[in-house]
Design a protein around this ligand. Structure first.
Ligand SMILES: [Zn+2]
Length: 298
């Protein structure tokens, strides 16, 4: 009882501290490109993406997508000009951090470089991005992991290069659906590699041949996948690569998951185990029939 109360209080304190941290940044940092801070779809997105979202049918969404491996979708999304503005805004923010010696929190435990966009004023715009543009897609392609009930996000950029983070180990995201868009600039290497979707029980299980995918980033092009799709980033061998990440979460899905039984329909390993059990059951039935047949004929 006491332990629980204590943990709750600590959690509350953490939330409060983070709120104050954000307030401090937002009241001191001067944005460079104000037009980024509210959604201007026509200026942000390429026409093909906008049309597919506006038509809002399974066919229209399918028509702009490539699915190089089951569950990984890629499509042209951001205007080059938007990518440039966002890159320059992030650089401006980093400069401010450096000049004021502000102690910032990095996007996650895996990246030493990069910035949380939600922390310096882009939260509202990114919320709109999730609700109006990512939710319509994930409703169609990821319904079984809460794709239609996304209700919070973590938005950040990661920076790779010889003087930045070089690569990123094999991991899963703290998200139901992840949007990953390359913003530029010039780089080589830095491919994303995917190794199949797994539930908590199977996150370390082996990979099947058909689950292996290596993807090379193209500026402006988005990759959309389930958070539980195991992946990593290979070394960026030259230049600098910056990617926009939006981890989309569903509180409904997270609540439901607590009551879920062992089997996860979206996990590659759960599916294989189920198939194996079915095959064994079929085999047992056949054997039983054969036995009966032999008994009746002898
Ligand atoms: Zn599983």
């Amino acid at each position: 009882m006491h332990l629980r109360d204590n943990r709750f209080e600590q959690e509350l304190l953490k939330v409060q501290r983070h709120r104050e941290y954000r307030k401090k940044i937002i009241s001191n940092y001067q944005p460079l490109h104000r037009e980024l801070y509210t959604m201007h779809a026509v200026n942000f997105f390429v026409p093909s993406f906008l049309k597919a979202i506006n038509d809002n049918t399974k066919e229209s969404l399918r028509s702009i997508m490539i699915e190089p491996s089951p569950g990984v979708y890629t499509f042209e999304m951001l205007q080059p000009h938007f990518c440039e503005l966002l890159l320059s805004e992030v650089e401006n923010f980093e400069r401010w951090v450096h000049e004021t010696k502000f102690r910032i929190m990095r996007p996650n435990t895996m990246n030493k470089y990069g910035a949380v966009l939600d922390d310096f004023g882009l939260e509202t715009m990114l919320d709109k991005l999730m609700e109006d543009f990512i939710c319509p897609i994930s409703r169609v392609f990821f319904p079984e992991v809460g794709g239609s009930t996304l209700d919070s996000h973590h938005g950040f950029v990661v920076e790779y290069g010889m003087d930045r983070d070089v690569d990123l180990g094999f991991h899963v995201d703290d998200s139901e659906v992840t949007l990953n868009v390359c913003l530029g600039k010039q780089f080589s290497g830095g491919e994303l590699f995917f190794r199949g979707i797994r539930c908590d029980n199977h996150v370390h299980s082996g990979t099947e041949q058909e689950e292996i995918l290596d993807y090379s980033h193209v500026p402006g092009r988005a990759v959309l996948h389930r958070g539980r799709h195991r992946h990593g980033a290979r070394a960026t061998t030259s230049g600098r690569r910056v990617n926009l990440l939006l981890w989309c979460r569903s509180s409904v899905f997270r609540e439901l998951k607590k009551y879920q039984k062992e089997f996860s329909s979206w996990c590659g390993e759960c599916q294989r185990e189920k198939k194996e059990r079915q095959l064994l059951a079929v085999g047992a039935t056949k054997l039983e029939l054969l036995n009966r047949l032999q008994k009746s004929t002898s």
